[in-house]
Design a protein around this ligand. Structure first.
Ligand SMILES: *[C@@H]1O[C@H](CO)[C@@H](O)[C@H](O)[C@H]1NC(C)=O
Ligand SMILES: *[C@@H]1O[C@H](CO)[C@@H](O)[C@H](O)[C@H]1NC(C)=O
Ligand SMILES: *[C@@H]1O[C@H](CO)[C@@H](O)[C@H](O)[C@H]1NC(C)=O
Length: 172
């Protein structure tokens, strides 16, 4: 009985798989920033990606904080594992200074133009983050338990919350 359970458990582990389920981008201050696009696309069964672009209207931006909260769905979405706010300008000077933020930055670092120190004086682009890349991060680099997740990020410039990006995904 236990043996069967273990085999079943291992089979589950091996097949563990990430899917994006939704992405929602909201500008909280349209004089400051707005989203040109923000979407998920399924090219075919295996190639799916996330893209977004935010236009910044008050550049250069020299003071940015990012708040990240991970939620996992139980009966409703509940905070899970972390709820952190980092000074992005300080963090980007030494990305090893915060391993958990660095782990999440790695999700889109290769696909974006934000991997540089402050100031930010251009639109921010995250282009075609492929699902298999995210899958590797959440099942191999740091394995997460199965479930429905929401990563909510707040983009705070000069201590005012300017935008919210919510990325929903499922690990099965
Ligand atoms: C899915 O689309 C990508 C990009 O166009 C392509 O490289 C890949 O071969 C396709 N995969 C399948 C299974 O059709
Ligand atoms: C995140 O942490 C802050 C500060 O500790 C707290 O005020 C806030 O309610 C927390 N958010 C959630 C969703 O738990
Ligand atoms: C960009 O990311 C790489 C890691 O992929 C890091 O080594 C490098 O220091 C970063 N560049 C800047 C300017 O932050």
């Amino acid at each position: 009985m236990i043996y069967i359970f273990i085999v079943f458990y291992m089979a589950e582990k091996i097949s563990s798989n990430f899917e994006f389920t939704n992405v929602v981008c909201t500008s909280l201050d349209k004089k400051f920033d707005d989203f040109e696009y923000c979407f998920l696309k399924s090219v075919n069964r295996t190639y799916k990606y996330l893209s977004l672009k935010v236009n910044l209207f008050k550049i250069p931006i020299t003071k940015v904080k990012v708040k990240g909260i991970l939620y996992k769905r139980f009966s409703g979405y509940r905070p899970f594992m972390f709820n952190v706010t980092v000074d992005a300008c300080r963090f980007l000077k030494d990305t090893n200074s915060n391993p958990i933020v660095n782990y999440f930055l790695n999700f889109f670092r290769p696909f974006s133009n934000i991997n540089h120190t402050c100031p930010f004086d251009h639109d921010l682009i995250v282009e075609k983050v492929p699902i298999d890349f995210v899958n590797h991060q959440v099942t191999k680099v740091l394995p997460f338990p199965e479930g429905d997740y929401l990563l909510e990020t707040h983009w705070i410039a000069y201590d005012i919350d300017r935008a919210v990006v919510k990325v929903y995904g499922t690990i099965s």
